[in-house]
Each structure stands twice: as C-alpha cells, then as structure tokens.
Design a protein around this ligand. Structure first.
Ligand SMILES: NC(=O)c1ccc[n+]([C@@H]2O[C@H](COP(=O)([O-])OP(=O)(O)OC[C@H]3O[C@@H](n4cnc5c(N)ncnc54)[C@H](O)[C@@H]3O)[C@@H](O)[C@H]2O)c1
Length: 341
C-alpha cells in the first residue's frame, strides 16, 4: 500500500455531508483538500470546523484546481447525475450518496462513463457496511438459516413528510439495497401499491413486493404515517427465522429456531409438525457503518478493487425504485426491473 493519502474533494455540506466529511477528516488514508457547495453559509460552517480545507461555489474549479484523486457527492438527489458526470469526465473516482440518480437511464450512463474512464463509481448504500447486516449475510451463507424463503422489511415513522420525493424514494433505497445484498441476487420484477394520504401525488405509504428469479420474495413497507418508529427486517428460512431490529441499541438480531417440518418427512395422514426451539441473540460488536463505508471507498481507490456498492449496484436499486413508481401508477401491475448494464 502506498503511503500517499488520497486527495479528496466533497460536494455538498448540508445535513449528511458533514458526516462524510467528519469521517474523511479522521481517516489517515484521505487528505480532505477542498469542498464545494452552492451555499456560502454551509461553506462557512465547514471552514469553521476544518479551516485547512479550501472552499468554492464552483464545481469546475473544485475539479480543476486541487489535483484531486476522488470526489464525494452529498448533494440532494436531483443534482447527482449532472455532478457525477462532471466528476467522471474530469477523471476522478466518484462516490455518490443514495439514491444514485432519479432515473435508471442516468445511472446506466454513469456506469458506462466510469467504465470507459477507468474510475471507480461507488454509491452510499450505507446498510451494506452495517456490521449486523454483514453478520446476517454471513449467517445465511453458512447455511444455518436453511434456504431463505422470503423476507420483509418495515421502515415506518410519523412525520418528516417530503414534497419533492415519495416515501419509497426517501426511505426504501436502504431496504432495497439490503434485500439485494443479503439475498445475493437482483429481482426480476416488482409490484407495488401506495397511497398519498397526506399530500396529493406524493405516496406516503407504500407496500412493495420484489420477486427474485430464484423464487424468493421480499416485501418492503415504508410509511410516514405510522404510530411506531420501526426499522425491522425479518427473514424466514427453511431451518430458522431471524429478526433484525435496528431500533434496539444492543441485541439487534434475534434468531428463532422455529419452523415447520418439511413435507417429505410427513407420514401419510399426519399433519404439518411445528417446531419451537431456542431463541438466540448473538453478540455483535458494532462499528460506525459510515466509517466502514468511507474506508472501503478509499481502499478501493487505492487497490483498484471494485467497490461493494458500485455503480451497477446503485443502478439496480434505482431501477427498483423507478419500477415501484411505475407499478403504483399501473394499479399494482408487475413491472420488470431488468437493467441494461
Ligand atoms: N446514507 C444515509 O443514511 C443518508 C442520510 C441522509 C441523507 N443521505 C443522502 O445524502 C444526500 C444529501 O442529503 P442532505 O439531506 O444532506 O441534503 P441537504 O439538502 O441537507 O444538503 C445538500 C447540500 O448540497 C448543496 N448543493 C445542492 N446542489 C448543489 C450543487 N449543484 N453544487 C454544490 N452544492 C450543492 C446544498 O447547498 C446543501 O448544502 C442525498 O442524496 C440523501 O439521500 C444519505
């Protein structure tokens, strides 16, 4: 490994940008060189915390004047495509916050451009770096859960009602990326129903069903109109069942040794046999997912390895988000999620 730190620039220092900057600043492999934001107030805040970082309102200047290796984009989603395009055209590795873009055609363009330019494109699918989610992925791979049959996720709360994007685009990029990551495959179609109870034309409650080529199913329920703050994932396997509750400070994962005996094991005339075994709560040492994610980006810039949540992963998630909108418009009809690259 070279000892030369990766020279990083940041675009966007609003709500989430400061968390990325905090991590970039403390990781030795990065040198946080310059930041760009349209807001002078936000740049002044950054300068107050990190006086040695250069600031500008002009993206072209950020890309031309500071000899950067990589750029981290944490602006609001509608600006992602145009900014990432400029970053890749300038030959810099590019990290974009989720959702990668607002259209899958734009994500496809970015994937192709990054391939041609030979730069990394990584998307901020934070949950793919969450210690508990990786523990679950390994647990599934170990076979302990048996074959995964289906999973469902709930991301619910009362409030933070947005006008510019619906609840699925706002909340579900994390859940979609978790489903694809833990199941290790991309869905072939989705069907979804939603309603706009609070603001005309903006779905605030959505139930989306993802179908996978292997026959597995994932259901995602998101809502801004619910009595409980919930962030839960339940996975049902042929041997065991698992619940991940991200609202718990500790004891986030519960494994239930429960199931139904397989049909082949039943004698003629017997009913299905239910099994109720132990419940176990594994101890998992948590680390900040964002620190792991930022470190992974830097490691890939350094090593040339393809990032876990690369542009293709970002594209697959955007295509699911887009297809959910299309399905809701078509009254819940199944919509293909196939992508072009
Ligand atoms: N991974 C997570 O858990 C997580 C959490 C929150 C937000 N996010 C993502 O982070 C991104 C930013 O969200 P936010 O809540 O911080 O938004 P925000 O609106 O609070 O901040 C965006 C910042 O970008 C600046 N900006 C906008 N357009 C710009 C442009 N063209 N050039 C330069 N600066 C520009 C704005 O002035 C603002 O300072 C979004 O993609 C969001 O989905 C991710």
């Amino acid at each position: 490994m070279s000892t030369k730190p990766i020279r990083v620039g940041v675009v966007g220092f609003g709500y989430w940008g400061p968390n990325l900057v905090r991590n970039l600043d403390k990781l030795g492999d990065a040198e946080l060189v310059a930041a760009c934001d349209l807001s002078d107030g936000n740049l002044a805040k950054l300068k107050g915390l990190y006086p040695y970082v250069e600031t500008t309102n002009d993206l072209a200047s950020l890309l031309a004047d500071f000899d950067l290796d990589a750029v981290v984009v944490a602006t609001s989603a509608p600006s992602h495509f145009a900014i990432a395009k400029q970053v890749i055209e300038a030959g810099k590795h590019c990290y974009i916050e989720k959702p990668m873009t607002l259209k899958s055609s734009e994500s496809e363009t970015l994937v192709r451009m990054a391939d041609e330019a030979g730069v990394h494109l990584m998307v901020g699918h934070l949950m793919e770096y969450h210690t508990a989610i990786n523990w679950i992925r390994d647990y599934i791979a170990s076979g302990e859960l048996g074959d995964v049959l289906y999973l469902y996720m709930q991301r619910l709360n009362l409030g933070k009602v947005r006008a510019e994007e619906n609840a699925f685009w706002s909340l579900a990029p994390h859940d979609v990326s978790i489903a694809l990551y833990v199941l290790g495959e991309a869905p072939d179609f989705v069907s979804a129903r939603g309603e706009d109870y609070l603001r005309d034309g903006v779905h605030d409650v959505v139930f989306a069903n993802l179908h996978f080529p292997s026959g597995k199913m994932a259901n995602i329920h998101v809502s801004w109109l619910d009595p409980h703050k919930t962030r839960k994932l339940t996975i049902v396997g042929t041997k065991k069942m698992l619940v991940f509750d991200d609202m718990q400070a500790t004891e986030k994962i519960w494994i239930y040794d429960k199931g139904v005996e397989p049909k082949e094991a039943m004698a003629y005339g017997e009913d299905l046999t239910l099994r109720f075994g132990d419940i176990t709560v594994p101890h998992i040492k948590m680390q900040e997912p964002l620190a792991l994610e930022v470190q992974h980006f830097l490691d890939c810039c350094e090593s040339g390895d393809v990032p876990r949540s690369d542009g293709r992963d970002g594209l697959r998630v955007v295509r699911v988000l887009e297809a959910v909108d299309e399905s809701m418009e078509a009254g819940g009809a199944p919509v293909s999620t196939t992508v072009g690259v």
